[in-house]
Ligand binder design. Structure first.
Ligand code: CAO
Length: 455
């Protein structure tokens, strides 16, 4: 086999450029024009392709070496027939050398959107969460890098100025190159609490150390000093929903109104409906009625079905209701679309299908996005009241607990009535206390006499 020398091609008017990345190792089969290394000057970074094909016998440069045109780069053992004239380096920066004709130019692309399964999740009294897909820049805190991260000098400089750890980013550009947009998206994501840098994670606490808010450091305790411990990493869904909850809890001036609804007659109707529908296999729970009743209240008080967009309010003329579902991986918020057009039976059926999918980890992105209002029901478990966290960009969320028989004064005597505890959390930038009290009161009226839904 012939030994072939691969030399540094004409890289334009650059001298002593540093090797910042090495893509190949001895024994690799190299194709013509396959990138071998990346070099970086103060103006541009360039990938140096192989002029020949063959098996890499020896790479003559290493990270940090300074190279010039004509320097020996690699020795290949290979088939000469596949060889080709030296190709020009592929420049990645806007400042590509004028004399070299790049074979390709890396174009900055939009930040990666994390896969919905990873990013579109949820939470609740948590519920406040991500029934919407979250734009998360590609973040690869654990990845190992050969040499410096793949980015142009201008992007490196930009990252240095912002203090962004480039080795924690996964580039969305050509061949994983980190673009300026990646750095911007990462910064935005860290600032909003969706992503943590390794340094923040090392400091502990789900929201870093709170330094950005001027808070004192998160307490660092060696728990093992006080007794046996076991440390378990949180799952991805919990981490993402935690970051969203933190943002929503901090950024939304939220207030919760508690109220009770008399559901004595509705519960009797629900029980008889289930008896009548026994054969259909559809079981109606109070939550399906609550969804329907909430749509009526949202129509009467449309600001509860809106979202803030800068200084404007976006009123939505559709009523998609999210509901918190407890799953082994954490809380998910499936969304039932167009609840205004569906009956309680259909809502019940969709709810049980979506809840099963959520538990099986099979919810698709379309089934977790687009909610205009969320309900978090702990009615099947217990409790009296709680303060759910709003699922931004929604502006209100309804928490429901277990109904109990209570003595209610009817003006003459105490009557045993089945009372349902309601907790409505609302964004005070959009909604006032009086409107919230009216919303709860109207919801209570509907639940106590469901015929009002028809009005
Ligand atoms: N009061 C009294 N009983 C209630 C009730 C209420 N408000 N709501 C439901 N129940 C009863 C149901 O009728 C059912 O009774 P039977 O077993 O006798 O038929 C039982 O409680 C269980 O109901 P369920 O929880 O299976 O059904 P659901 O429609 O009420 O809820 C779902 C479905 C998916 C929302 C629920 O399974 C779930 O995951 N809940 C947890 C939500 C959650 O964790 N929220 C967190 C908030 S903060 O982090």
């Amino acid at each position: 086999m012939a030994l072939i020398e691969v030399k540094v091609p004409d890289i334009g008017d650059f001298k002593d450029v540093a090797v910042i990345e090495v893509f190949v190792k001895s024994g690799d089969t190299i194709k013509v024009e396959q990138s071998l290394i990346t070099v970086e000057s103060d103006k541009a970074s360039m990938e140096i392709p192989s002029s020949h094909a063959g098996v890499l016998k020896e790479l003559k440069v290493k990270l940090g070496d300074k190279i010039n045109i004509g320097d020996l780069l690699a020795i290949l053992e290979g088939v000469d027939a596949e060889s080709a004239p030296a190709a020009a380096p592929a420049a990645s920066s806007q400042a590509a050398p004028a004399t070299s004709a790049p074979s390709s130019v890396t174009v900055a692309s939009a930040p990666a959107v994390a896969s919905p399964a990873a990013a579109a999740t949820t939470s609740s009294a948590s519920v406040a969460l991500a029934s919407a897909v979250i734009d998360v820049p590609a973040h690869a805190p654990g990845r190992t890098t050969v040499g410096l991260p793949h980015a142009s000098p201008s992007v490196r400089k930009f990252a240095r100025e912002l203090g962004v750890p480039l080795d924690e980013l996964k580039g969305s550009g050509n061949k994983g190159r980190i673009t300026q947009e990646d750095v911007q998206a990462f910064t935005k994501s860290v600032m909003s609490g969706v992503t943590q840098t390794k340094a923040q994670a090392a400091k502990g606490g789900s929201g870093g150390d709170g330094a950005a808010l001027g808070l004192i450091p998160w307490p660092k305790v060696d728990f093992a000093k006080f007794g046996p411990i076991e440390r378990k990493e949180m799952g991805r869904i919990k981490k993402i929903s935690g970051a969203n909850l933190l943002r929503n809890a901090i950024m939304i001036p939220a207030v919760t109104n508690h109220d009770d609804a008399d559901i004595t007659d509705l519960e009797a109707f629900r029980v008889s409906t289930n008896k009548e529908n026994e054969k259909s296999g559809i079981k109606v729970t109070m939550l399906a009625f609550l969804i329907k009743a909430s749509v009526a209240a949202l129509k009467k008080y449309p600001e509860f079905n809106s979202s803030l967009d800068g200084d404007a309010l976006v009123y939505k003329n559709y009523w998609h209701i999210g509901f918190a579902a407890d799953t082994p991986n954490g809380l998910m918020v499936p969304v039932i679309k167009d609840c205004d057009k569906k009956g309680v039976l259909q809502i019940s059926q969709e709810m049980s299908e979506l809840a099963k999918k959520a538990r099986d980890g099979k919810l698709g992105p379309a089934e977790m996005t687009g909610a205009t209002f969320t309900i978090s029901s702990l009615g099947g478990i217990g409790g009296k009241y709680f303060t759910p966290i709003i699922n931004a960009p929604e502006v209100a969320i309804l928490g429901v607990c277990k109904s109990t028989m209570e003595p209610v004064w009817d003006g003459k005597a105490f009557q045993p009535r089945l009372m349902l505890p309601l907790s409505l959390t609302w964004d005070h930038r959009v909604i006032d206390g009086a409107a919230a009290a009216r919303f709860n009161a109207y919801l209570g009226q509907i639940l106590s006499d469901f015929r009002r839904v028809l009005l």
